[in-house]
Design a protein around this ligand. Structure first.
Ligand code: MV4
Length: 453
């Protein structure tokens, strides 16, 4: 038997992603520690862990975001590494620093890179320096309204003013023409100051009908960087993704290879380590970098299915100092994968629907994967994210993947709470979706026109 990469890994998360990380640990023969709030004592991630520690009351602020409680849990259980999952503390540079200061390994990038990419202006500056294409806009932060006017006049309206500390759709204001810039500037600055305590803002040309395409990368601590291709995450509503695909129906293999090569070479020069995702807007055949995520993402399974790679296993190996052990030429893309995010929400109004699940039957069969922490009898608590299952399908072609998703959705039984399964069923039946013909605005209109159903 090989020596263990870590003696014990504490998973600072809950729900399906905690299970996902436990599964990778188990295959690597590494024991796991679950942490949980008092609301989660009956949760599946607690039942499946080797050990568990209660870290506080239901409120995430007092439990899953409670750094002192999580570090204490690691100390008392003898964990030597922490995997943060996504959300919660996963992109908190201070947390990564604290983990390392306590002699533990943070399974992710360096705190310096987390901090850099958390500042959207610093992230863009770094990407520009390595030759990654950006949206036309201001170089760095805007010093005043006159500077905003100058840049907007040069690149042309409409423009967006974005907060440096924003991201994920928070802190953006559009100005359709010069008459709207004054108010966009003032509102963006004020909101940035109150929401983030940082009023630095920057300006970009507003792209009116882009797709959201992101590139998955993995870098070891020995200078090797590979990409695992792109995901198309355009199907979102209010910045919540509903359905993701790998690869993008809009991209050729040549476009993917070209962008991937630039990204990998650049991240090697930045000394980036572990998993990362670069977000791009794609319009008129052009990629424009907007943000980088320094964590494992919710939608990572579609990439795993088309590449045949276990991204969490790779994260753990890299954090332990191992080499990737393969090059870009060894990464192959096979078939098409689609993920439907199933949430405990009303499929028409999107009101949250916490409560008791009486029946849970997950679909199965060839090319079907379900990542979920649900079980019959479980009570979905009202305190956290409403994601309750990810249904992922893989098939040789996109039409076959859609047919498989349609079949799997029909098999899926969640009784007791309303879920978004019926909405996903309508999406996969839609001719425009089937044609791959959509932008980031498609789903909002789709949801509106199906309100009367
Ligand atoms: C943009 C944009 C159009 N033009 N930037 C929203 C989330 C944040 N990550 C960046 N966002 C956008 N930035 C320029 N220059 C449109 C959006 C946007 C968006 C981007 C990705 C996925 C969904 C979106 C929904 C609305 C707006």
């Amino acid at each position: 038997m090989m020596a263990r990469l870590f003696q014990k890994i504490l998973i600072a998360n809950r729900g399906e992603i905690a299970l996902r990380i436990q599964r990778a640990c188990r295959e690597l023969d590494i024991p796991t520690v679950a942490v949980h709030s008092t609301a989660d004592s009956q949760a599946m991630h607690v039942r499946l862990a080797d050990e568990s520690v209660c870290i506080g009351p239901p409120s995430a602020r007092d439990s899953y975001l409670n750094v002192a409680a999580i570090l204490s849990a690691a100390a008392v259980t003898g964990a030597d590494a922490i995997h943060p999952g996504y959300g919660f503390l996963s992109e908190n540079a201070g947390f990564a620093e604290m983990v390392e200061a306590h002699g533990l390994t943070f399974i992710g990038p360096s705190s310096a890179h987390i901090r850099m990419m958390g500042d959207k202006i610093a992230a863009k500056t770094a990407m520009a320096s390595i030759g990654v294409p950006l949206v036309p806009g201001s170089e760095g932060a805007l010093v005043d309204l006159d500077a905003a006017r100058e840049v907007a006049g040069r690149i042309g309206y409409p423009v967006l003013i974005k907060a440096a500390a924003g991201g994920g759709g928070r802190g953006m204001k559009v100005a359709m023409d010069a008459s709207e810039l004054d108010e966009a500037w003032t509102v963006a600055r004020t909101e940035a100051r109150t929401a983030f305590g940082n009023d630095a803002v920057y300006l970009e040309k507003y792209l009116d009908r882009p797709r959201h395409i992101e590139m998955q990368v993995m870098a070891d601590s020995h200078g090797s960087v590979v990409h695992f291709g792109e995901r198309d995450c355009s199907l979102q509503r209010r910045h919540q993704k509903l359905l993701e695909e790998a690869g993008s129906p809009a991209l050729t293999g040549e476009e993917r290879d070209a962008l991937g090569a630039v990204v990998c070479e650049g991240l090697r020069n930045l000394g980036y380590r572990n998993a990362g995702t670069l977000e791009f807007l794609y319009q008129d055949g052009q990629f424009s970098f907007i943000e980088m995520n320094t964590r494992l993402q919710v939608e990572h399974p579609v990439t795993e299915m088309v590449c045949g790679v276990d991204l969490v296993r790779e994260q753990i190996r890299i954090a332990a100092g191992e080499k990737l052990g393969y090059t870009q030429a060894d990464v192959h893309f096979s078939g098409h994968a689609i993920e439907c995010r199933i949430t405990a929400e009303d499929p028409v109004t999107f009101a949250p629907t916490p409560g008791k699940v009486s029946v849970f039957h997950a679909p199965g069969g060839l090319g079907v994967r379900v990542d979920s922490a649900l079980y019959a009898g479980y009570v979905v608590p009202p305190y956290y994210d409403s994601l309750v299952a990810k249904l992922i399908v893989h098939a040789p072609t996109r039409p076959e993947a859609i047919a498989r998703m349609r079949r799997a959705l029909a098999e899926f039984a969640v009784v007791g709470i309303k879920t978004t399964i019926p909405l996903h069923q309508r999406i996969v039946e839609d001719p425009e979706f089937q044609a791959g013909d959509y932008t980031i605005h498609w789903l909002e209109r789709f949801v509106d026109t199906h309100r009367g159903d």
